[in-house]
Design a binder for this molecule. Structure first.
Ligand code: DX5
Ligand code: ZN
Length: 216
């Protein structure tokens, strides 16, 4: 089975958002990756509800929403209403992570948990059977176009082993600095889904770049 490719709209041309979303629709990509930043959890602000709502009207594929915000519980219902299929919260932003995960699922979405580069995979051991996805940050969250952190490979291996031992079935997704050089090794060590922003949208032929990642 080939890996899931999720272009990150953060790197799209917002003046041509419809064009870029249609490119993703017509490409080999599987998901739209949507990054929500609040300027508090991360030192940057991205975009919010009206943009997601707009993307939802155009997109014909799964909306994979990555919340880089504090206290995400406040907006779970809203994200469902505007089209999120997968809602991922940060481990570091949730005091009552188990409750947050249950709340996401009760609202009819798949629940993901993201780990910052310094956060050990083992901290998820008590919720492995509750989650649908683990998002491994391979850069410090907040910005596109950063360099990939090599420690990511070990974290993927840890998660794969934990998944086998716990007989759980969450998706392992990698986010940050993904390109065609690191993608084959990421898949080899156990990544199921790859997010790619700059590498796709800053390339000469984004459709072809997505296809190349898909064939890795
Ligand atoms: C970073 C975001 C990423 C970002 C990836 O905080 O979570 O999804 O868009 O961008 P690239 O692929 O350019 O590193
Ligand atoms: Zn992201």
């Amino acid at each position: 089975m080939s890996s899931i490719i999720a272009p990150s709209i953060l790197a799209a041309d917002f003046g041509n958002l419809q064009r870029d979303c249609e490119m993703v629709n017509n490409s080999k990509a599987d998901w739209f990756h949507l990054d929500i930043m609040d300027g508090v959890f991360v030192p940057n602000i991205s975009y919010g509800m009206p943009i997601i709502n707009t993307i939802n009207k155009i997109a014909t594929k799964t909306l994979d929403v990555h919340l880089m915000i504090v206290d995400p519980d406040r907006y779970i219902e809203t994200f469902k209403k505007i089209g999120a299929d997968i809602l991922t919260v940060h481990f570091e932003a949730c005091t009552h992570l188990h409750r947050t995960i249950q709340n996401i699922k009760a609202n009819g979405m798949k629940a993901g948990v993201a780990l910052n580069p310094h956060t050990s995979a083992h901290l998820l051991s008590d919720v492995l059977n509750d989650i649908d996805l683990v998002l491994v940050m391979s850069v410090n969250p907040g910005f596109g176009g950063q360099s990939f952190i090599e420690n990511t490979y070990q974290k993927i291996k840890d998660l794969k082993k934990m998944r086998e031992e716990s007989r759980s079935d969450f998706i392992i997704e990698i986010d940050g600095g993904v390109n065609s050089t690191n993608a084959p090794k990421l898949i080899e060590v156990g990544a199921d889904a790859l997010v790619a922003g700059s590498f796709v949208f800053k390339s000469e032929n984004p459709t072809k770049t997505i296809e190349d990642l898909k064939n890795c």
